[in-house]
Design a protein around this ligand. Sequence first.
Ligand SMILES: NC(=O)c1ccc[n+]([C@@H]2O[C@H](COP(=O)([O-])OP(=O)(O)OC[C@H]3O[C@@H](n4cnc5c(N)ncnc54)[C@H](OP(=O)(O)O)[C@@H]3O)[C@@H](O)[C@H]2O)c1
Length: 255
Amino acid sequence: MSLLHEHGFPNVLFHQLDVQDLQSIEGLANFIQTRFGKLDILVNNAGASGVVVDEEGLRALNIDPASWLSGKATDMVQGVIKTTYEKAKECLDTNYYGVKNLTRALLPLLQRSTSGGRIVNVSSIRGELWRIPDEELRKELADVENLSEEKIDGFVEKFLDDLRNDELEVKGWSKMLPAYSVSKAMLNAYTRVVAKTHLNMCINCVHPGYVDTDLNWHTGTMTLEEGAQGSVMLALLPQGGPTGCYFDRTQVAQF
Ligand SMILES: NC(=O)c1ccc[n+]([C@@H]2O[C@H](COP(=O)([O-])OP(=O)(O)OC[C@H]3O[C@@H](n4cnc5c(N)ncnc54)[C@H](OP(=O)(O)O)[C@@H]3O)[C@@H](O)[C@H]2O)c1
């Protein structure tokens, strides 16, 4: 029995899903198709950090939340937070390709929603454009008119190549949680591309806040309830509500 059932939601159904596994995605899509024939809301929330962390070492640094969030702590954490190729790949396969593959499989069901489908992509302030050191990439990602899935995939593959060649810094990628930052910047760009071509839906991305979870090794300061507010608001947007936007919690923000 799950916690949701115990808390008075007996009609909640569960289904296995590994967003890195195409068969598992297909299994979920088939389940929803057979059981309901449509889908109203998709919240892409799964996330991976892309790093190996010395948690004790990180805690010992006692970094204040403002420095952590602004990026001021970037140099401080280099000794305790390491990007490996395997972790970076897992991060991009989950946070970017996982969202894309799941969304592609579920879009036909979302299109059958009688209330207009909703997609909420849970992103992060790490993906905001101003944090990307490479000016050219910043411009390309901001140019929504000319963005395409193929173009975004190309940026991701270029990142992985540069990581393999140990050239992240010289090639202008973020030094703070590089794979995670790229995955969320590309997720935001992908959100805008899908929103452009599905105008009858509300498709947005959201930074949930700095929440106390496993993902940030429990350095976050907000409660789970506070962290859920943005996603819930976007999942329940009225028809004709904003689409193709980025929210910092419940407020529209700059990409
Ligand atoms: N916490 C924050 O401060 C913060 C800030 C900005 C953005 N976010 C974003 O918020 C979202 C939720 O993260 P969280 O903070 O709640 O972290 P979390 O507690 O670590 O939750 C991450 C979830 O993703 C699931 N997951 C990972 N890989 C998966 C896969 N391949 N297939 C299916 N599920 C997978 C995990 O499932 P298992 O438990 O089964 O592994 C876990 O439930 C993420 O997208 C994260 O990037 C969080």
